[in-house]
Design a binder for this molecule. Structure first.
Ligand SMILES: [Zn+2]
Length: 396
């Protein structure tokens, strides 16, 4: 077992003694001591304070050191952006947000990101060298292996733009890019559903998409487009044209703009999904009926997902989730009607609790998972060993 894998054990957050680590890994105590020493020099592990007082020398305890490094999680939405500085536990240390349009193109948006990272780290009274990684969520499809957006419909100028390369000109750290719905799923899980290994987060806003966690792992699919369910065809909507050029798409009948149009047709005034949510909260019967029907349409597609991947929790997030029970009731109606009894027996369908913070928390989690992964920790410990060997050779 290598240093990176040993560190993986310590990631449970509990303090460990050398003897416990030796027993858990089968490694010799001397090997454990050398590897803990390496992890302490990397700052990732620190002695743990809770020593016993009952006679004799207390066994030394070691635990992960969450304050060793910092990451910044960034959520770029259609018309707003938010950035949060966190430690390696995902605890938010500072936040900034701005009204900025993703449609303005990558240069102004990424200039804001560069400035926000610098400001957040400075406000945390930490040197920029403590920044270990940046996680960023974008409102469109992202090729996971390169971090480049691919044909994003609401992001003119961003197609195949090298987002990591641009940010790394300023900050020479790993930059992880994903779509907004995937990071929301990670953030919701990290904050409120840590023990849930199978969940789906459905974002209902200007578009509709899903982030899928299966067996504890975010599922991106071959190209990174898994969960893009906004353009699945729903029954009975063949005459409705979608912005993608097809007809009858889920997004064309149940996303924010479609709901606003349906409410306007009933004589109410609404421009966005947010306006519809306001009307629901104010008790508008037509708005409630429109939202409930949207819930049924979304539920048709969610029922298929439930049958395919058997999640234990379906989380509804995004602006339209603000309509709460009116939306959930429609979704439940379709899902329980259309899914197998065994799949729905313990299924929970809930609204997001992390809300507006889900995305930055998830972007931070994306960065933390990378920084603390066994491969990255192993590479850092090998680099340290190589530097030691070089120093020794130079001194000899
Ligand atoms: Zn479509």
């Amino acid at each position: 077992m290598r240093t990176g894998e040993l560190f993986d054990l310590l990631r449970d957050g509990r303090p460990w003694t050398r003897a416990q680590l030796a027993e858990a890994t089968g490694l010799a105590r001397s090997t454990i001591t050398a590897r803990i020493d390496t992890l302490m020099r990397l700052g990732l592990v620190a002695p743990f304070g809770g020593a016993r007082s009952t006679g004799g020398r207390p066994p030394a305890l070691f635990a992960i050191n969450p304050t060793a490094k910092l990451v910044v999680g960034i959520d770029v939405g259609a018309t707003h952006a938010r950035a949060a500085l966190t430690d390696l536990n995902g605890t938010i240390l500072g936040e900034v947000d701005a009204q900025i349009a993703v449609a303005d193109g990558p240069e102004p948006v990424l200039a804001w990101v560069v400035e926000s990272v610098r400001d957040l780290v400075a406000a945390g009274n930490r040197p920029i060298e403590d920044l270990a990684a940046i996680g960023i969520g974008l409102p469109g499809p992202v090729e996971h292996s390169t971090g480049r957006p691919i044909n994003p419909p609401i992001m003119p100028g961003w197609d195949r733009y090298d987002v990591p390369g641009h940010l790394q000109e300023q900050y020479p750290v790993p930059v992880l890019v994903d779509n907004d719905v995937n990071i929301m799923a990670l953030g919701e899980r990290r904050r409120h559903l840590r023990d849930v290994d199978d969940l789906v987060l459905i974002k209902v806003a200007t578009g509709i998409g899903a982030g899928i966690v299966s067996g504890g792992v975010l599922q991106r699919g071959a190209q990174g487009t898994a969960g893009d369910l906004g353009h699945v065809r729903v029954p009975g909507a063949d005459d409705i044209l979608c912005r993608c050029g097809n007809t009858g798409c889920l997004e064309a009948v149940a996303a924010g703009p479609a709901l606003a149009a349906a409410v306007r047709a009933q004589g109410e005034s609404a421009e966005t999904g947010g306006d519809v949510v306001e009307l629901v909260r104010a008790g508008s019967q037509p708005a409630m009926a429109v939202v409930r029907q949207a819930g049924r349409d979304i539920g048709e597609v969610v029922a298929t997902m439930v049958n395919l991947i058997n999640p234990s929790v379906v989380v509804i997030g995004g602006q339209v989730a603000g309509a709460g029970e009116h939306l959930l009731a429609g979704i439940r109606e379709s899902v329980y009607h259309r899914s197998l009894p065994l799949a729905t027996e313990h299924l929970r369908i809930v609204t997001s609790r992390a809300g507006g913070e889900a995305a930055v928390l998830g972007a931070s989690a994306l960065a933390i998972e990378h920084v603390l992964s066994p491969e990255v920790v192993e590479a850092a410990s090998e680099a340290l060993a190589a530097a030691d060997a070089e120093a020794e050779a130079a001194g000899a």
